[in-house]
Design a protein around this ligand. Structure first.
Ligand code: 5GP
Ligand code: ZN
Length: 114
């Protein structure tokens, strides 16, 4: 598990690595996934480095709230049905590959095919 020093998402947040930035506020950054699995596939990343859901602490509440409000905001920008799916992988065995908490925002795909 990578620590904060070589965390890809911390580096993207700090502009040390490039990414297509979709939305940003003081609490979260939304970027396009580098390997999209749907026509719209964004990653909602809290700016605070939290490695995974299992490591959330009581004072992480604002960061978690900001993730869901960012999803709501992204949903409002969708045309059509405004349907979307949010996915958070917790742990390597669940498919987590970047150990900085993030929520996949997936839309414009027939969800039953996912
Ligand atoms: P996880 O598997 O941890 O739930 O999701 C990590 C996601 O981050 C994957 O969908 C992967 O394509 C994406 N990803 C990994 N490295 C980068 C990167 O450097 N830039 C961007 N934009 N996405 C990345
Ligand atoms: Zn990080």
């Amino acid at each position: 598990m990578k620590d904060i020093q070589d965390c890809i998402f911390c580096k993207i947040i700090a502009h040390e690595l490039p990414a297509k930035r979709i939305l940003e506020n003081p609490s979260v950054l939304v970027i396009e996934d580098i390997a999209p699995k749907a026509p719209i596939h964004y990653l909602i990343i809290p700016k605070k480095h939290i490695s995974m859901v299992a490591h959330l602490q009581p004072d992480d509440g604002a960061a978690v709230q900001a993730v869901f409000y960012a999803a709501q905001e992204l949903g409002k920008q969708l045309s059509g049905s405004q349907a979307y799916r949010l996915i958070i992988n917790n742990g390597k065995d669940a498919g987590q590959s970047v150990f900085h908490l993030h929520c996949h925002f997936i839309a414009n795909k027939i969800m039953s095919d996912f």
